[in-house]
Design a protein around this ligand. Structure first.
Ligand SMILES: Nc1ncnc2c1ncn2[C@@H]1O[C@H](COP(=O)(O)OP(=O)(O)OP(=O)(O)O)[C@@H](O)[C@H]1O
Length: 626
């Protein structure tokens, strides 16, 4: 089924292709075809960049590497060796795909590089390639390469028409790919990686695989567009294709239009390329970089979410501004020509959209609480199969022995309170169980499977879920989609559309269903804690690890959270809860495990453990929460 956006994309492509084919009949000056071709090139490049950097949040400064490798593949093979242009395009795709996978493997597997380190690595790649091309005479050697115009069947018209149609086709393929990815499981995974990568991994998203896929698609699209760019510019030099302004341009375009939506880079590319063209036509090329820099600075401050979100919030205001300004200037014929009027209209529409539009309001509604009368009655549980087995588990951080020889068995059906003074190793144990960190020594099994060295997303698929001491929702997603993501990547995956109604049922069990459309930023701490729990339960775990889920709550909120934890436990999920409030654990837990300085101090029925003199000495003497 083609969605509305997909149908719009197809119509736009057909209309623009018709403009190219019928440009003679329409009396369109060739200048317009060249400008449209240039816009298409930048749409393809900005979209290629956005599929990796916008969708996953890994900012790359290496886009020029794909442009360069793509352009040189075509320039060298067709220019020097007479290879047919259409054979050089798939070769450029393969080379850039391999380059992207190589950079991805180094960044994501060997170094786990993020943030500025990833950006620096990607910045280094075009530098190295440019230097290599410059010194290698069989590639460039400082000479440059003339690119012959490929011979195309007559139906494509003049060389300018065929170049435009080629560039349009590549831009359409790039945008269609970005559209398809955004509406797929891969798009959801990349958005989760952008918002909170380690949370996504622990919740079942195979982050490495999705990042590599985004790298590959980005590289292939960038390379193919670079290949077509070679015939657009006709003469390829190191300076023209490995230019450092290329990443600057694609970043400004994607940030201007909006990085989280497939249409963002398209909007940005259209605005920036036409604006630059107008500046050039008035002899103001020198102002190009100043204006680009100013736009970027203003956007980061005023509309970091980009124009698309603002235009969507006020579509008619923006459309009205475009029609009134462009139409008014055209009707009065007071200044410039068609392009000037259009650019003036687009600028006014953009500014109005930024000033008037805003992100969807987040709800600040009060927390719903679970009625006390609905509280499930605790029933004694029969001991079940062994779910968690820790054998002599140790975790050292340099000289700090966070955990030392911890041996622990947790059968199905228990609700274990994990307690201990600050720094005793509780969070470290939760991190080891969820795979966020690996033990220095020892073995951990979940439901009989050795998970000691397993990737966190695979541990999630075996049946482990966790919450965080400081809630870590996916901020760009609604409350509903936060929970739906857990279902999509949980033990019984569903598509996003099928996961959403199920997510609402999970939200209802924690009394957050009235906030399904809100964004996490609009939730208070208690609501965020409840969202963490709903999200973890939605992944359908066998074991749920709750890391200080009651911290920072007032007494009424604690009562509500305790009811939620009981309800989750009653649904058959084994729970390990890290908590300092012993009074609460005494009522809630079926068993208490006490850690002290990384070792297991006591383990047993809550009342017996709380009366243990060693526990009183080590823990209760320092805490006043009982
Ligand atoms: N990534 C890390 N690097 C170095 N030391 C660490 C790291 N994580 C934990 N530690 C150390 O390991 C010890 C146990 O920390 P952990 O956070 O597991 O304790 P905790 O019982 O959860 O404490 P709290 O109740 O304060 O959350 C502490 O001494 C801590 O400083």
């Amino acid at each position: 089924m083609i969605r509305r956006g997909g149908a719009g994309l197809l119509v736009a492509f057909l209309l623009l292709a018709a403009v190219g084919v019928l440009s003679d009949q329409l009396g369109l000056p060739s200048f317009y075809l060249i400008l449209l071709g240039s816009i298409c090139f930048w749409i393809a490049q900005a979209t290629s960049w956005n599929i990796l950097s916008g969708y996953s949040g890994y900012f790359s400064f290496g886009q020029a590497a794909y442009v360069g490798v793509g352009a040189y593949t075509t320039a060298v093979l067709s220019g020097r060796h007479g290879v047919d242009f259409f054979l050089t395009v798939p070769l450029a795709a393969v080379l850039c795909g391999l380059l992207a996978l190589g950079v991805g493997a180094v960044a994501f597997r060997l170094g786990s590089l993020r943030g500025e380190i990833f950006a620096l690595l990607t910045l280094a790649v075009p530098f190295i390639l440019a230097a290599f091309a410059r010194i290698n005479r069989s590639i460039d050697g400082g000479q440059g390469n003339t690119v012959p115009i490929p011979e195309l069947p007559d139906v494509f018209g003049s060389p300018q028409q065929s170049q435009y149609l080629l560039a349009l086709s590549i831009a359409a393929i790039a945008v269609a790919a970005a559209y398809a990815i955004q509406h797929s499981r891969t798009g959801s995974a990349l958005a989760a990686i952008r918002d909170a990568e380690d949370v996504a991994e622990v919740m079942g998203v195979a982050t490495f695989r999705y990042k590599m896929l985004a790298m590959l698609i980005s590289g292939v699209l960038g390379g193919v567009a670079g290949s077509v760019y070679a015939i657009q510019i006709g003469f390829v030099t190191v300076e023209s294709v490995f230019n450092l302004t290329i990443p600057l341009f694609v970043i400004v375009m994607a940030v201007l239009g909006g990085r989280t939506h497939w249409l963002g880079p398209v909007i940005g590319a259209v605005l920036i390329v036409t604006l630059q063209d107008r500046l050039s036509s008035y002899g103001l090329d020198a102002w190009n970089s100043i204006i680009l820099g100013a736009i970027l600075a203003l956007l980061v401050a005023l509309a970091p979410d980009g124009l698309y979100a603002r235009l969507r919030a006020r579509p008619y205001v923006a459309l009205g501004a475009l029609v009134v300004v462009s139409g008014g200037l055209a009707a009065l014929n007071v200044w410039g020509e068609l392009l000037d009027w259009l650019v003036a209209g687009m600028l006014v529409a953009g500014v109005l959209a930024i000033v008037l539009g805003s992100r969807p309001a987040s709800s600040k509604a009060a927390t719903g609480s679970i009625p006390a009368e609905d509280e499930p009655k605790m029933e004694p549980r029969q001991p079940g199969a062994m779910l968690i087995e820790c054998r002599q588990v140790a975790r050292y951080f340099g000289g700090v022995h966070a955990l030392e020889d911890v041996t622990l068995d947790i059968p199905a059906g228990e609700l274990v309170g994990l307690v201990g003074p600050n720094g005793s190793g509780k969070t470290t144990l939760v991190n080891l169980l969820s795979g966020a960190s690996r033990p220095t020594r020892g073995v951990i099994r979940l439901d009989g499977r050795d998970i000691t060295r397993m990737a966190p997303h695979r541990i999630a698929h075996v049946g482990m879920a966790r919450t965080y001491q400081i809630p870590r929702p996916y901020d760009s997603m609604t409350v509903r989609d936060n929970v739906a993501m857990a279902i999509m990547f949980g033990r019984e995956p569903l598509s996003l559309n099928r996961a959403r109604p199920v997510a609402e049922r999970h939200l209802a069990t924690v009394a957050l269903d009235h906030l399904a459309d809100a964004y996490p930023a609009g939730l208070n701490l208690h609501q965020r804690q409840l969202l963490e729990m709903a999200r973890a339960v939605a992944s359908n775990p066998k074991v749920l690890l709750l890391d200080e889920a009651l911290a920072g709550l007032n007494p009424a909120e604690i009562d509500n959270a305790v009811r939620v934890v009981r309800r989750i436990h009653e649904s058959g999920i084994t729970i390990v809860i890290v908590e300092h409030l012993l009074r609460v654990l005494n009522q809630l837990a079926t068993r208490l495990v006490v850690l002290d300085r990384g070792t297991l101090l006591a383990d047993g029925a809550p009342q017996a453990v709380l009366n243990d003199p060693a526990v009183i000495r080590a823990y209760l003497g320092r805490q006043a929460h009982v």
